[in-house]
Design a protein around this ligand. Structure first.
Ligand code: ADP
Length: 183
């Protein structure tokens, strides 16, 4: 499903494996230790190979941990991208710990990092909606809200953002949110 801003900027919602998506930047749902893990993080680490791991280790040695809601950039190793933005989403603990604000920050920070580098395209997974437990519907509202706002108001170089959903249920929920209807 595709949404277009008046200026022709595109938000695409698709089902797939983000390690196979071609985009200038691919976003990884990392953990604060930048240590690699399961889910999309594990898949990106496996597919990108040791060069990206080395870059991430060097960043980790320099900064220690990456705060929740922030991100760091590496090259993409073997992936069909120029950069990986490793962002740390919030762990869901009921909604009272600024989870929504922190999740929105992940999307905003990555979009800003893409603009700083003059990138034209970026692909996001559904950050925090796996092991970190963020409810899919709420996560979709934040992802789509932040990306659309950026494409309408703040986009310079970026012409396309994709949300790459792993499962059919995640795709259905994101499509429903984009249509603005009931899930
Ligand atoms: P988090 O710890 O931020 O919740 P996860 O990796 O556990 O991160 O899950 C985030 C989302 O990414 C989940 O919706 C999960 O289904 C999805 N996911 C897992 N593997 C992939 C992949 N290869 N491509 C795209 N999305 C994926």
């Amino acid at each position: 499903m595709i949404w277009r801003s008046e200026a022709g900027k595109i938000l695409q919602i698709e089902q797939g494996d983000i390690t196979r998506v071609e985009a200038d930047a691919i976003v990884n749902a990392a953990n604060s230790h930048l240590a690699g893990g399961g889910g999309v993080d594990g898949a990106i680490h496996r597919a990108a190979g040791p060069e990206m791991r080395r870059e991430l280790d060097a960043i980790q040695a320099r900064i220690g941990t990456c705060p929740t809601g922030q991100a760091v950039a590496t090259g993409a190793g073997l992936l069909p991208a120029r950069f990986i933005f490793h962002t740390v989403g919030p762990v869901w603990s009921g909604g009272g710990r600024r989870e929504a604000e922190l999740l929105a920050s992940c999307y905003r920070v990555c979009l800003a990092m893409a603009e700083e580098r003059g990138l034209e395209s970026i692909a996001f997974p559904a950050i925090s909606t796996g092991v970190y437990g963020y409810p899919m519907r709420g996560g979709a509202e934040i992802a789509i809200g932040e990306i659309r706002r950026h494409l309408m108001e703040g986009a310079k170089s970026l012409g396309r953002a994709s949300l790459v959903l792993f499962g059919e249920e995640a795709l259905r929920i994101h499509e429903a949110v984009l249509r603005g209807g009931a899930v």
